[in-house]
Design a protein around this ligand. Sequence first.
Ligand code: HAM
Length: 421
Amino acid sequence: MIRKVKGTRDILPPETRLWNEVERTALRVFEGFGYSEIRLPLLEPTELFVRTVGEGTDIVSKEMYTFADRKGRSLTLRPEGTASVARAFIENGLGQRPRPMRLSYFGPMFRYERMQRGRYRQFSQIGIEILGAATPAADVEVILALHTFLAELGFDDLVIVLNNLGDPEDRDRFITGLKAELAPHREEFCGDCQRRWNENPLRILDCKVPRCRELVSETTPVAEVVSHDAKEHVAAVEAALDAVAIPVRRAPRLVRGLDYYLRTVFEVISPELGEDTVICGGGRYDRLISDLGGAAVPGVGFAIGEDRLVDVLPQSFRDRVFEARVVTVLPVGDGGVAAAAALARDLVRAGVTVHTEVTGRSLKASLKWSGKMAASVAVILGETELAEGVAVIRDLARGEQETVSLDRVVAKVTEMVRGGN
Ligand code: HAM
């Protein structure tokens, strides 16, 4: 037997219905806030991620699916979406359009990570980005859109944490101070942090090794050394979120695992998955597009890990998606086949979900199958009934049935299903 690649998943029905409804809700909410979908390639030049996410990050240094194509070009299966959005923004001249540009995306990303619950090598993200607005109002909008989406799904226990990374100049100053504070303990850090010390010291704050965490826990928070402007920016974001009753908590050592961020960074934590398996990450990246050779276009956005989100969906959402609303159409004998096909078409067009019996079962077996499909109504098309221009509609929950003329079947069934049978 051929098995799936380690770290990839088969998402099976009925679970896929949860994914579909999450995506529909995302599109509805984000479109509501003015975000339009952008569809981007899964393959990008490797250099795109090296220059944006950063050479010294875990993502670029050890997690990318990178390979040479047949012409020897280095390609990478995208590990995230923001770099591609920035590339597409520049390449398609989106800067010519009215600002800001509000974009949304969803789809698979690839990172060669150690497998565990909520951590896969192919996973899906749902994200939005707003490009061309440097104001705190833009940060507020994306966090508001995120909060609205999560509330629409029925979440009430997720925590938004936020930090201020300052501007790149502040960060240089912060890193000098951080290294001075940690220098006496340098030998105690893990092997990865020894490497990070020279290559990308900020990432030491991201290390998951308990001893490293302990060592950094007393260091001066980055938000304390940032410029006045950066402080005002994030304070304005926090004040506005407070004013619209969106609770956010400061996380003084949150730095995020990608190099392009500045000022506002945030994550969403679920109590069930814990702080190492965050549901969503985002932040501001005002230099990303210019670093890629574009104009000075600021940006802010986030990406939600859909696999993790679906894993912890509230029961109320699951119940709503899986609510039984299926109708089975059961032809009895060959004579019922054409009538069943036509009825199925009419029911589908009336918005009803139909499963038609097509395996040639007996009526008894068909009714048993209807039960397994969690159908609430079965329409039986017997040859004798059809000859009389009628069908039998059976309410499977109540075990009652009635005979209805064929031209009234769609109206009757629709009424029964809508009535919550
Ligand atoms: P990120 O924090 O690297 O940010 O990823 C965003 C989310 O993707 C994470 O919070 C997590 O839920 C999910 N995720 C990441 N890796 C995995 C994995 N191996 N398995 C399952 N889920 C995973 C970014 O990617 C940024 N581009 C977000 C952003 C958009 N910032 C600004 N705009």
